[in-house]
Design a protein around this ligand. Structure first.
Ligand code: FAD
Ligand code: NAP
Length: 332
C-alpha cells in the first residue's frame, strides 16, 4: 500500500483548517490495515473518516489512516429482518439511502448526517430521537497496537449519549459495522420538529420520513461545502436534579428532557442563544445565525482561532448559567 508523506489535511476536515500529516495511508482492506499498523509500530496514529467531527490546530507528527473499506453485504436475511455488513469507508448517507430504497427500516432518522460508516459507532451518532446503537449488531475493528482484527458485539461497545468505548479508548480502527434493519415500518411520533414536518401526511412511509428529515436539515444546517463547520460544536449538557433546579431558577423556560437515572438533558443551543451568541461573529469565526450550536468558519485556516472562539462561548455560558459546555467535536 502507498504510504504518502507530508500530506496537507485541509481537504480532510470540514472546518478546513490547515495541518500536515507526516505519513498518510488509505487502506482498502483489513489485511492492508493490519500490515501498515505492524510496519509502523512506533508512530502515533490518527484515524479520519470524512473529518466532519474534528479539526486540526497543529501538524500531526505520525501516521494518519483514512479507511477506505467498501461494500454493503447481507449476512442474514429472513422475512422480518436483514443484517448488513457495511465497510467503514462507505458514505453514511449513501448507506441510509440504500436501506430506505430497499425498504429496510431503522436508520432513516439519521438521514443526511455527513461522515463515514466507520465513524458512526464512534460517537453513537444520533438525531431525531434515534441513535445508531439501536441498529448495530456488532462492530469489526483492528487493534491499533497489534494490528489484530477483533469483533465487538453491541454490548461490548459501551454505547452512551454521543459516546462509546471506541471514542474513550481510541484503541481500535473500525473496519466494518453490522446493522440489523427491519423489513416492516410504521412511523411513530417521537420528535417535535419531525412530527410538524409530517403533520399533513397520514401514514408516512420510510421514504417520506427520510425526505422530511432532509428538508428540515437543509433549512436549518449550514452545508460544510459552502460554510465550513463540524455540525453541533458542543454536547447537550447532562444535569443532575440539583443542577437542573439551579438552571430553571435562572432560566425558567430552559428545555429539560429526563434521560433516566436521575439525569436531565438540556439544550446547549438554547444556553448559547440566551448568552447572546446566536449569529455572533468574532473575526473569522462565529455562531451560525440559524443554529446556535454550530460554530462556523468564515475565514481562517488556523484551528486555534476556532479554539479561541470556543473558549469565549464556554466562558459566556458558564458565567451566565454556571454550566460548562463540553465540545463534541474532536480537536487535534
Ligand atoms: P471524522 O470526523 O473523520 O472522525 C470523528 C472521530 O471518529 C475522530 O475521533 C476519528 O478519529 C474517529 N474515527 C473516524 N473513523 C473511524 C474509524 N473507522 N475507526 C475508528 N475511529 C474512527 N453527528 C450526529 O451524531 N448527529 C447529527 O445529526 C450530526 N449532524 C451533523 C451535521 C453537520 C452539518 C456536520 C458537519 C456534522 C454533523 N454531525 C452529526 C457530526 C458528524 O457528522 C458525525 O460525528 C460523523 O459520524 C462523523 O463522521 P466522519 O467520517 O466525518 O468522522
Ligand atoms: P432541535 O429539534 O432544535 O432540538 C434541540 C435539542 O433538543 C436537540 O439537541 C435535542 O437533543 C433536544 N431534543 C429535542 N426534542 C427532544 C426529545 N423529544 N427528546 C429528547 N431530546 C430532544 O434540534 P436540532 O438542532 O434541529 O437537531 C435535530 C436533530 O439532529 C437532533 O437530534 C440533533 O442531535 C441532530 N443534529 C446533530 C448534530 C451534530 O453535529 N451532532 C448536528 C445537527 C443536528 P439531541 O441532540 O440529543 O437529539
Amino acid at each position: 500500500m502507498n504510504i504518502q508523506q507530508n500530506i496537507q489535511l485541509q481537504p480532510y476536515n470540514s472546518f478546513r483548517t490547515k495541518a500536515r500529516a507526516k505519513l498518510f495511508c488509505e487502506p482498502e482492506s483489513v489485511e492492508q490495515l493490519s500490515e501498515v499498523l505492524r510496519s509502523y509500530p512506533n508512530e502515533p496514529k490518527l484515524v479520519i473518516g470524512n473529518g466532519c467531527n474534528l479539526f486540526f490546530t497543529k501538524d500531526f507528527d505520525g501516521l494518519v489512516i483514512h479507511p477506505r473499506m467498501r461494500g454493503i453485504r447481507p449476512v442474514l436475511d429472513n422475512d422480518s429482518i436483514v443484517e448488513l455488513e457495511t465497510g467503514a469507508g462507505e458514505e453514511w448517507d449513501n448507506f441510509v439511502n440504500h436501506c430506505v430504497e430497499k425498504g429496510y427500516a431503522g436508520i432513516e432518522n439519521l438521514s443526511l448526517i455527513p461522515g463515514t460508516v466507520g465513524a458512526a459507532p464512534i460517537q453513537n451518532i444520533g438525531a431525531y430521537g434515534t441513535e445508531v446503537k439501536d441498529a448495530i449488531v456488532r462492530v469489526h475493528a483492528v487493534n491499533k497496537d497489534t494490528g489484530d482484527p477483533e469483533t465487538f458485539p453491541a454490548e461490548a461497545c459501551e454505547f452512551g449519549y454521543r459516546d462509546s468505548m471506541f471514542k474513550r479508548t481510541r484503541q481500535y480502527i473500525v473496519t466494518s459495522v453490522v446493522f440489523r434493519l427491519s423489513k416492516s415500518f410504521a412511523y411513530t411520533e417521537k420528535y417535535a420538529d419531525l412530527n410538524r414536518e409530517l403533520a399533513s401526511v397520514p401514514h408516512p412511509s420510510l421514504k417520506q420520513v427520510r425526505e422530511a428529515i432532509i428538508r428540515i436539515r437543509r433549512r436549518k444546517l449550514p452545508d460544510p461545502a459552502e460554510l465550513p463547520n463540524a455540525g453541533s460544536f458542543f454536547k447537550n449538557p447532562l444535569l443532575t436534579m440539583e443542577e437542573k433546579e439551579r438552571l430553571l431558577a435562572k432560566l425558567p423556560d430552559a428545555p429539560i428532557y429526563p434521560i433516566g437515572t436521575g439525569k436531565f438533558k438540556t439544550s446547549a443551543a438554547f444556553l448559547i442563544e440566551k448568552a447572546g451568541y446566536k449569529g455572533k461573529r468574532n473575526g473569522p469565526v462565529g455562531i451560525y445565525e440559524r443554529h446556535a450550536l454550530i460554530i462556523v468558519n468564515y475565514a481562517t485556516e488556523n484551528g486555534n482561532d476556532i479554539v479561541d472562539f470556543m473558549h469565549e462561548v464556554q466562558q459566556a455560558v458558564d458565567k451566565k448559567f454556571g454550566i460548562r459546555l463540553e465540545p463534541e467535536v474532536r480537536i487535534y
